[in-house]
Design a protein around this ligand. Structure first.
Ligand SMILES: [Zn+2]
Length: 254
């Protein structure tokens, strides 16, 4: 057992407000490919070329077919939460001040029963879609649960029922900001990061903006920083608890 486990478990139990920042490593034990590292990473080859709104806008049909469905199509299969998600869910039950901010768009936190009031899917979700037509259409603020992707192979992409513009997934693309859509709840996430006394990074590669924001918050607030991952954190001020989240979170959170 990692020698830090007992120490960190006591720290978490005594904390007033814990915010967990979860990345792709949490979903790997559920069978979902990691985004940036490992042999089957989704993003390693094509993120810069394809994962942008600029690329989507240039050719929605191509983007849906060659990028979204090839890189994310397997998310539409059924995956189930793992022991790490369930441990987080139990921990959320201890009080209303704790929060999970996840970068994962796979929906496994919700499947594990995490209450919406204690969950922010800050990179969006794979199973919601909005109009990409611009600020004039209400379809931007009213996501739908499904779009017709049956003819994407023939070059027919889903369009908005209100304005006929292309539909897009409600996910944060790499040339967009966290406040580009209200459903990302960036304001609530940032407030919670500032208010927490312990920040726990779970299975994240520290390659996205919100993790760096969290580290800067802790420099001001004095919050403790804990990294639960298979690899150590690049930040020397973090306590590392090394291993799989599906093994460690049940040990740390009870
Ligand atoms: Zn529209």
């Amino acid at each position: 057992m990692d020698s830090n486990i007992g120490h960190v478990a006591r720290q978490l139990a005594a904390a007033r407000r814990v915010v967990f920042l979860c990345g792709a490593g949490l979903s790997v034990p559920s069978g979902i490919r990691a985004y940036r590292s490992g042999p089957n990473a989704i993003w390693s080859e094509n993120v810069l070329a394809w994962g942008t709104f600029q690329k989507f806008s240039a050719d929605p049909a191509l983007w849906w077919r060659e990028f979204w469905l090839k890189a994310h199509g397997d998310l539409f299969r059924s995956f189930t939460p793992n022991a790490g998600h369930h441990a987080l869910g139990r921990f959320m039950g201890r009080g209303h001040d704790d929060l999970v901010i996840t970068q994962n768009i796979d929906g496994l936190h919700r499947l594990a029963g995490h209450p919406e009031s204690q969950l922010i899917e800050i990179h969006g979700r794979h199973d919601r879609f909005i109009c990409a037509g611009g600020a004039g259409c209400e379809g931007i603020d009213h996501p739908v649960n499904a779009v017709d992707l049956s003819q994407v192979d023939q070059g027919v992409f889903p369009t908005c029922a209100r304005c006929a513009a292309p539909m897009r997934p409600l996910v944060l693309l790499f040339d967009e900001s966290y406040d580009s859509h209200g459903d990302f709840q960036a304001w609530r996430g940032k407030k919670a990061l500032n208010d927490a006394d312990v920040l726990v990074f779970v299975g994240t590669s520290f390659s996205v903006g919100i993790t760096h924001y969290a580290v800067r918050c802790a420099e001001v607030s004095g919050a403790k920083l804990i990294n639960v991952n298979v690899e150590p954190s690049p930040f020397p001020q973090m306590v590392n608890v090394l291993g799989g989240a599906e093994v460690l979170l049940p040990q740390l959170l009870g």
